[in-house]
Design a binder for this molecule. Sequence first.
Ligand SMILES: *Cc1c(COP(=O)(O)O)cnc(C)c1O
Length: 393
Amino acid sequence: MKRDNDYQFETKAIHAGYVSKDHGDSLTPPIYQTSTFTFSSIEQGANRFSGEESGYIYSRLSNPTVTILEERIAQLEEGDAGLAFGSGMAAVSAVLIGLTKANDHILCSKGVYGCTFGLLQMIKEKYNIGHTFSSLNTREEVLSNINENTKIIYIETPINPTMRLIDLKMVVKIAKEKGIKVVVDNTFSTPYLQKPLTLGCDLVVHSATKYIGGHGDVVAGLVVGDSETVRFIKKTAQKDIGGVISPFDAWLLIRGIKTLAVRMDRHCDNADKIVEKLKTHQKIKEVYFPGDKSHPDYEIMKNQMKKGGGLISFEIKGDYEETVRVVNSLKLIPIAVSLGDAETLIQHPASMTHAVIPEDVRVKMGISNQLLRLSVGLENWEDIWRDIEQALG
Ligand SMILES: *Cc1c(COP(=O)(O)O)cnc(C)c1O
């Protein structure tokens, strides 16, 4: 299907970026499992390298299966162009390293993915690219943390695992006044629930390992933005650092994306039901879910997201030992990090994803020893709840 903005999300998820007659009339996109491509003559090779003739050269630069995926995610995020990577972190690092130089500064939402936190430390130490963490929850909070070297505002919303949201339109307004690029990690929401580019943000990054792939069988990353910025990242950080995706993994994502809308609806509906149950259970102290009316950022959710998402954080009444006992009593729900899979997954941030953060800092961030994060899967919600209820009992 050629670009056609009249088609809705669900249709684009299945057709965008693929024209079967260009691929031997194959209904499903083929996997071009090749490292390199042949030229008919020296002249043709020279023209491909100079860009005078379009066409493939070598699979670190581009590959037809990967191209289909890149065009599909670009259309779903409503951006000009997409880029695929071998992991979410390859995507994040290509963007942050690609768009900054020594002495630049990155303003970052308080609470980012652990390895993004690690990357920020590394580029500070090695290249003196500084960063500041901020709640970004008021205009003053954003403005007071910008300096003349700030090149990027990097945002995760919802924030893991506290589930607070950031008002993207508010941040974009300030960033535009100051000429700063806004980059959003849209892993938790996917373009089905939230489209940062339509709100004025400049780039979206994804760990496609999560909801986009959706089946827990691939590690991959994606970037979407305007053609000029995407081409720049493609020709610099992606080409020369080389964190590209394999054709097979690209194919798995193309396959996963076909059902993205259907899956997201079910993830969200199941999460709504589980939240209702958790909120009335006497062993639960607090539930953090942006789709819940009592959530402090519920209004922001209404403005920038379609639904509340499939991730719930909650606190158990009791101490660390009690939390361990509950989690270890689960029978159906596996204990695992990652999220967005068909299987419901539970993890304990204090001892897993956020274990490296000193306890006092961690607790101030809202991550207590009793906090659990649930990635609600696609099982029957009553079965999911039955497992949680028996473990709480
Ligand atoms: C998992 C994750 C990443 C990193 O992605 P990988 O595919 O594991 O490299 C980045 N950001 C968020 C929000 C994530 O959940």
